[in-house]
Each structure stands twice: as C-alpha cells, then as structure tokens.
Design a protein around this ligand. Sequence first.
Ligand code: CA
Ligand code: CA
Length: 155
Amino acid sequence: MSKVEDFLTSSEEKEVVEAIRLAEKNTSGEIRVHIEKGTSLKGELANQASIAPLERAVEVFHELKMDATQERNSVIIYIAAKSKQFAIYGDKGINDKVNDDFWNSTKDIMLQYFKKGENKLALIKGIESAGEQLKKYFPYHSDDIDELSNEISKG
Ligand code: CA
Ligand code: CA
C-alpha cells in the first residue's frame, strides 16, 4: 500500500466519505481525511527528511483551511500511506475543552484495523469514534451546515 491510490479502492473511498457524512449527523464538528504518500514535504526526494506524522497533520490541517469553522471544531485524520503512519489533530475549539488523551481511544481503534491491513475499516471505525467523541462537546444542531467537504483529500 505504498501508493495513495492503492490505499483505498474507489468503492471503499465512497464508503469512507459516507461514514463522514453520517458521523457529522451527530455533531457540529467537521471531520476530514487526508491521505498522502509520506510525511516529507517533497515526498519524491529520497534525501528529504520526513517529519513526524502529527507535525505534518497540523500543516495539512492549515493548508486545507480546516481552521475556518465557526466553532473551531474540525478534526483531521491524516494518513501517510507509504510509511504506514497516521495522526489525528483537532482544532482549538476542541483542544480548549478536552484533555490531551482525547483522541487516544480513536487512535487505538484505528491501529487495530491498520495492523490487520484493513484500511477502509480503520478509517470508518476511526471516523465513527471521532464523531462520538465530538458529539460529547459539540452536539448536532438542526441548522448545522457542512462547513468542510466530506471528500477525502489526497496529497
Ligand atoms: Ca457541520
Ligand atoms: Ca463535512
């Protein structure tokens, strides 16, 4: 699964997008998935040092303008396909309310499935878990709008 295109089939990708749509029916928070080959800024250069997945997740978070939500309550699930690493990063509105270990249960669930090579399930279960977590602090409102695209971002 070294290539981004190999990480999910197109039908699996649709299922993941649907999981995001459903998760966002429970919370005003926004969830996005970003998949890229590796964490280095210039991924094709062998001599380019890679950076920590979380650090790269924060960069992508801002590149995707995910901080542009009203309640600052979006979360990115970041995947580096080649190095098989992932990270979860939530915006300020979430971090102001929760402990540092807030995403640990979500990460644990995802890791269980990734270890089995179940990429689609890792994402879907992770998205469901993130939605449940967000729901506790950011419940869904009937006038909710979809502030950030549910489509998977690929780098
Ligand atoms: Ca929303
Ligand atoms: Ca959305």
